[in-house]
Design a binder for this molecule. Structure first.
Ligand code: ADP
Length: 502
């Protein structure tokens, strides 16, 4: 029998053990689909203090010593469990770096907007994790053909393998794929790290990177990984442009023959209204009325006036510039809540202080119309997806986006800005056509003018259909719920890439 292809997926998050956003969802779901394609796939993540070792039955494997810089040797402990609901091994690396309540270190104010700021503690943490992954491989009974890297956090692995470990025969045949989940998250730090972390400052990719006095780990990954992909076909094209390239468009263009776009899928077991344990009432295409039971439960839970007929508009997101949450403001509430189409707004998210503050003020001002929940709450998120009618995703850019896909599975109609993966997943109602001119495949709305006015115009149109054209509304819901966002197709595309690499 031919040997199975061996893939080690290295990442900062893996749902349900450790999740902050879409990265966690992907790492928690893609491996299951890959395993069905007969790959030996395993995951390696940091053992964050917040991970519940009892709940996930995490067992000790062994301790290893790592030479983390030219002087210091550190012990890390390797642990192991299975990805819940599967037989996929998950290795966890324990070290003081991963202590604390949160996965990522505390927030910094985002002054550059287009790029996410990076806390220096995170840089230390993930450089160390990257090194520990490489060193762990020597001690595991599992030598991967490919290490699948995810975002800048594990991109240093590609750099280490091509530079520091190049002379070590053990690693000669190990290849890398870098998946870019968000190009705006780059892991930039000052040049001092190069020496303090055993990198070779004469290595060509480092030498050219250091010309501006900084080292950029996403850039190092882009240059040194064997292949690169991002999480939707449209975003793969967008990042080659100045507008979306976050300063790396030219570098990416040089590797455009090695850059692919593979759409993320959804875990249909976890995000599925017919078997979602978090819902007040489970429902399917045939029992769509169940949505209103969830709506009433949500209204009661949040203290909104109970009305199963009123439209509930939701947004579940990190509260950051990228996500366009600033478009949800008093102007929008006032424009929408005309007598012919009033509605309620429910927002769940956490993020930058400036957005959290503004939303809290909105909550205070429109207490009977708007409920803002500033927290991360998986259970509440599921209930909101099920209970609401329209899901807003006004992202300025969106590598793939999961929220719109989840919403569609729950019969909640997405209203999105057409960018990146939102273009690839939402089939918008053509707003200038009469009802008879529609194609009958539509499952959402888009707004073309990125402003509160642009958003409110389309939101009003959506509400008009919600209140006055039940048949059309139902067909939008049915189209979304029937859509296949399963990982199967995307996993096949990943397999194709893996085969290209080895
Ligand atoms: P990103 O990865 O950029 O944050 P995605 O749309 O790809 O955005 O994925 C976001 C994921 O995180 C979705 O599963 C969404 O439901 C979830 N999520 C975001 N914010 C919260 C929150 N405050 N509470 C619970 N789930 C959240």
């Amino acid at each position: 029998m031919p040997q199975k292809l061996k893939i080690l997926i290295a990442a900062a998050e893996a749902a349900p053990l450790a999740k902050v956003g879409g990265l966690g969802d992907v790492i928690g779901a893609l491996p299951k689909a890959l395993a069905k394609l007969n790959l030996d796939v395993r995951i390696i993540i940091p053992f964050y203090e917040a991970i519940d070792r009892k709940k996930y039955k995490i067992g000790f494997l062994k301790s290893i010593i790592i030479n983390s810089d030219s002087r210091t040797y550190q012990q890390v402990d390797l642990w192991q469990t299975k990805l819940p609901g599967s037989a996929i091994p998950v290795y966890l690396i324990e070290h003081d770096y991963f202590k604390g309540e949160n996965i990522y270190s505390s927030k910094l104010n985002n002054k550059i907007h287009k790029l996410y700021p990076c806390n220096p503690d995170d840089i230390s943490k993930f450089i160390f994790f990257s090194l520990a992954v490489i060193e762990s491989i020597k001690c595991l009974d599992f030598k991967p053909d490919i290490i699948h890297l995810n975002d800048w956090h594990t991109a240093p692995i590609a750099l280490y393998l091509k530079s520091v470990y190049q002379s070590d025969n053990f690693f000669n045949n190990i290849k890398t794929l870098l998946t870019i989940h968000n190009l705006a998250n780059q892991g930039i730090t000052n040049s001092g790290r190069v020496n303090s972390n055993n990198f070779n400052s004469n290595f060509p990719s480092i030498k050219s990177d250091l010309e501006d006095g900084n080292i950029n780990f996403m850039a190092q990954g882009i240059i040194n990984a064997d292949l690169i992909n991002t999480v939707s076909p449209t975003y793969a094209k967008e990042i080659l442009t100045k507008k979306f390239g976050c300063g790396l468009d030219k570098m990416l263009s040089k590797r455009k023959n090695n850059l692919f776009g593979i759409l993320n899928g959804l875990d249909h077991n976890f995000f599925n209204p017919t078997k979602d344990k978090y819902l007040r009432q489970r429902y399917s295409l045939k029992t769509l009325k169940g949505k209103s039971i969830n709506k009433v439960a949500l209204q009661k839970k949040l203290g909104l006036p109970v009305d199963k007929n009123i439209a509930v508009i939701s947004l579940i997101s990190r509260l950051v510039w990228q996500k366009g949450v600033d478009l949800v403001n008093s102007e929008l509430i006032e424009a929408i809540n005309k007598p012919d189409g009033s509605c309620q707004f429910v927002i769940l998210g956490m993020g930058e202080e400036i957005y959290e503050k503004k939303l809290k003020l909105l909550n205070k001002k429109y207490t009977h119309l708007v409920k803002i929940q500033i927290k991360f709450d998986e259970l509440l998120a599921h209930l909101i997806y099920a209970a609401s009618d329209i899901f807003l995703m006004p992202s300025r850019f969106e590598p793939c986006g999961l929220g719109q896909m989840i919403a569609m599975q729950y019969g909640t109609i997405p209203l999105v800005y057409p960018t990146g993966g939102l273009i690839d997943t939402v089939n918008p109602l053509e707003q200038n056509k009469t009802s008879s001119g529609h194609k009958n495949e539509e499952d959402g709305f888009i707004f073309q003018e990125f402003s509160t006015k642009g958003l409110s115009r389309v939101l009003r149109l959506a509400l008009d259909i919600y209140y006055h054209d039940k048949k059309k509304w139902r067909s939008l819901q049915i189209n979304g719920m029937k859509k296949d966002f399963s990982w199967e197709n995307s996993a096949k595309e990943y397999l194709r890439l893996y085969k290209k690499i080895v």
